[in-house]
Design a protein around this ligand. Structure first.
Ligand code: PGA
Length: 264
């Protein structure tokens, strides 16, 4: 089997890691990555306060560019009276290339709506920051058989909006809410079904040929023990990893698994 899409291993650190811890982590990770070739795309998403340390450290290392830096969230305006918010311009200045938008913790704990998320996606695109758009159902929605309805509701308008901007460089992460941070991942079949559905949705808005190139990640209790089972599925192109990404050893292991299952 030839995989046509480059795998992604993305670490969402959430509200963890000080600046000192970030530099320590990255020096360990970079050192261990030296033994690998044909790396997948590796992206870390530190908290805002550690982005500058991460960027400075990686810019000064010979092979630092193999790790990309993303933000976990962003406001849609460039500046203004938005206490506590961070703008796309501020992120660009720090070398941020990606931004997670619509993470379930933003939707459920901080009340972000689909409308707000679309505004943020539009803004990210206009500022040339690649959106990693997260979607996923709650346990109740799954049990009521509404998984596909939820994915469609969360994604359709965002896809139409990107189509209208003629923008195609996005990443989607399927993250069932019930699997995030619980230690109970979706089964590879459940994740594949959802990712296949998402790919078809992308195809219906853009075109099926383009949909074959879009990267769709699975997220929710990914670990070195289960990662391979996900990435051998045809529609899953990597992982958005929370808890396991906090350990440089485990994150390295995930990258190693991606290398072993990438080019086949
Ligand atoms: P988890 O988090 O790996 O700890 O389940 C995933 C995420 O929220 O992106």
């Amino acid at each position: 089997m030839t995989r046509r899409r480059t795998l992604i291993v993305a670490g969402n650190w959430k509200m963890n890691m000080t600046c000192a811890e970030t530099v320590n982590y990255l020096s360990k990770l970079l050192y261990s990555l030296e033994i690998l070739n044909n790396l997948p795309e590796v992206i870390i998403f530190p908290p805002f306060t550690a982005i500058r340390s991460a960027h400075t450290f990686l810019s000064n290392e010979k092979n630092g560019s193999i790790i990309k830096i993303g933000a976990q969230n962003m406001h849609w305006e460039e500046k203004g009276a938005f206490t506590g918010e961070i703008s796309p311009l501020m992120l660009k200045e720090l070398g941020v290339t990606h931004v997670i938008l619509g993470h379930s913790e933003r939707r459920h704990i901080f009340g972000e709506t689909d409308e707000v998320i679309i505004r943020k996606i539009d803004s990210a695109i206009r500022h040339e920051i690649k959106p990693v758009i997260c979607v996923g159902e709650t346990l109740e929605e799954r049990e009521e058989g509404k998984t596909e309805d939820v994915l469609e509701r969360q994604l359709l308008e965002a896809l139409r909006s990107m189509k209208s901007l003629d923008y195609r460089d996005f990443i989607i992460a399927y993250e069932p809410v019930w699997a995030i941070g619980t230690g109970v991942s979706a089964s590879p079949e459940q994740a594949e079904d959802a990712c296949r559905f998402i790919r078809a949705l992308v195809g219906s808005v853009f075109d099926p040929e383009f949909a074959k190139n879009v990267r769709i990640l699975y997220g929710g209790s990914v670990s070195p023990e289960n990662f391979r089972e996900f990435i051998i599925e045809p529609d899953i192109d990597g992982g958005l990893v929370g808890t396991a990404s906090l350990s440089p050893e485990k994150f390295f292991e995930l990258i190693r698994i991606a290398v072993a299952n990438g080019e086949q």
